[in-house]
Design a protein around this ligand. Structure first.
Ligand code: SF4
Length: 185
């Protein structure tokens, strides 16, 4: 039989659940629903290769049809816009509009991030939770969607960054973004 988790691990899991409940309550603020709020969060953090309806559906673990309803609502509210991909005219790239960025700035998750920063140890908390999330997703057969800088395809050479998988240059901002293709190093 597997060893039971320590009291600290139980406490951390309980705190994650309580914080999640507070965040879920805040998801209804600003005339949005939780799916719309989560889509804004994703689009604010995803890199340019991952801001597509298909990647968003994979991130949510839901169907393209469900995600499409969310995107239609966000576009009608003037919070996102769609542009044709320069590489493939059949694909669209999703972006936040100015109003979308302002709505995202009031997100409960941003306020929580500030609280975590104030509490200290933000880096080690994030690393521990990333590891826990990756294991939980692996159990369910989902994709991890990690941060670009920790991907095995992220190359650095004389200060320049490059994605070896997509053969594209990367900026320092790209390195902090989440990516649908990320594979842990
Ligand atoms: S290095 Fe990895 S995470 Fe970054 S863009 Fe390439 S595939 Fe995505």
């Amino acid at each position: 039989m597997a060893k039971p988790p320590s009291l600290d691990a139980w406490r951390a899991a309980h705190l994650v659940e309580r914080l999640g409940r507070l965040l879920r309550a805040a998801d209804f603020e600003g005339g949005l629903n939780p799916a719309q709020r989560e889509a804004l969060r994703y689009l604010a953090r995803a890199n340019r290769f991952s801001r597509t309806p298909a990647a968003l559906a994979a991130y949510f673990g839901s169907s393209r049809g469900t995600v499409s309803q969310t995107l239609i609502a966000l576009e009608a509210k003037g919070l996102i816009e769609k542009t044709k991909s320069a590489k493939d005219a059949r694909s669209v790239i999703l972006s936040l509009t100015g109003a979308g960025r302002r709505a995202h700035d009031l997100d409960g998750e941003i306020l929580l991030a500030r609280d975590i920063e104030t509490a200290g140890e933000a880096g080690s908390i994030a690393a521990a939770l990333e590891g826990a999330l990756a294991r939980a997703l692996a159990r369910r057969g989902g994709r991890a969607f990690g941060v670009c800088k920790s991907c095995r395809h992220h190359e650095r050479n004389a200060g320049a960054r490059r994605c070896a998988l997509l053969d594209e240059p990367l900026t320092a901002q790209d390195a902090q973004a989440i990516c649908a293709e990320m594979e842990a190093a």
